[in-house]
Design a protein around this ligand. Structure first.
Ligand SMILES: [Zn+2]
Length: 303
């Protein structure tokens, strides 16, 4: 057996993916399961995924199990709250200790966006990046000079809740006109309601076919994502900004649309042009489970 095989779990609102991987990031086994509702139920399902990874690899996998999960995470205590979709809300839920007791291994917990950023850094080799997760909401994670920045309250990167439009829509966080009300998968779904196909896919497809209304929705979305890119670029000036999350499934045309919006926004600003933001944009690797791999890498992160 190989004692250094890493284990990571990417626990999402509907599905969880577990991987066993080498320290170089090569995936040895993957297990996909449904995420149940309720803290205790999530712990039980996660333990089953670890058991299945042990069965498939034939290894003890008794090092640290890393967990990336949506919500507010206290990485030091391995506790979770405000993960409404998982049935965990206002009280701290000790997911780390409960899972550790079930699987007989140490458990490291962090939020899913931080975990994904670690996976992206490993796969791309960049050690100075901001990862923008364009999913139901909008959030960022920063790895600066090789170090993950969580913030003292674990809220670093919650840029989706920067208010940018006083006349904008009410946000689920209680404020008005937050960036994520315009730059997220939910914003696209509201502007382009479809069933069957993911809304982002539908909009980008229709725009490519010349539907002018779809072009307008796509370009407005891209411009608001470009706003988010400017916020992170002008705050921490990272080497690379990586676009990821569910919306990134539309492929490189997302990067192209946002790069185009950034170039337009810089047209009258020699200052902005000099920063070459379009040239620093990348799309998340789509052929690798970066969030689960990144969760596995949490074992090596200081908490
Ligand atoms: Zn908000």
């Amino acid at each position: 057996m190989d004692p250094v095989t890493m284990v990571g779990l990417d626990i999402g609102a509907t599905k969880m993916l577990g991987v066993a991987a080498t320290p170089d990031g090569d995936v040895l086994a993957e297990v996909l399961a449904t995420t149940p509702v309720g803290g205790e139920e999530v712990v039980a399902a996660a333990a089953s995924v670890v058991a299945e990874l042990r069965r498939r690899t034939g290894e003890a996998l008794d090092g640290t199990v890393g967990v990336g999960i949506p919500g507010l995470v206290d990485a030091g205590r391995g506790a979770l709250k405000h993960a409404v979709n998982l049935g965990v809300d206002a009280e701290w839920f000790p997911i780390g200790d409960l899972l550790a007791a079930r699987v007989g291994a140490k458990v490291a917990v962090d939020n899913d966006v931080n975990a994904a950023a670690l996976g992206v850094a490993k796969i791309t080799g960049h050690d100075d990046l901001v990862y923008l997760s364009l999913g139901t909401g909008l959030a960022a994670a920063s790895i600066l000079d090789g170090r993950l920045r969580r913030g003292v309250r674990g809220a670093a990167g919650e840029i989706g809740h920067i208010p940018v439009d006083p006349a904008g829509r009410k946000c689920q966080c209680g404020q008005v006109g937050c960036l994520e009300t315009a730059a997220s998968g939910s914003a696209i779904a509201e502007a382009w309601p479809v069933t069957g196909t993911p809304p982002a896919q539908a909009v980008f497809d229709a725009a490519a076919d010349g539907d002018l209304r779809a072009v307008a929705v796509r370009d407005e979305f891209a411009a608001r994502v470009a706003d988010a890119v400017r916020v992170v670029a002008l705050t921490v000036d990272p080497e690379t900004v990586v676009l990821g999350g569910g919306v990134a499934q539309v492929g490189d045309r997302l990067r192209v649309a946002v790069a185009h919006a950034l170039a337009e926004q810089a047209a009258d600003s020699p200052f902005l042009r000099s920063l070459d933001l379009p040239g620093r944009l990348e799309l998340v690797p789509l052929d690798v489970p970066v969030a689960a791999l990144g969760a596995a890498l949490l074992a090596e992160e200081p908490r």
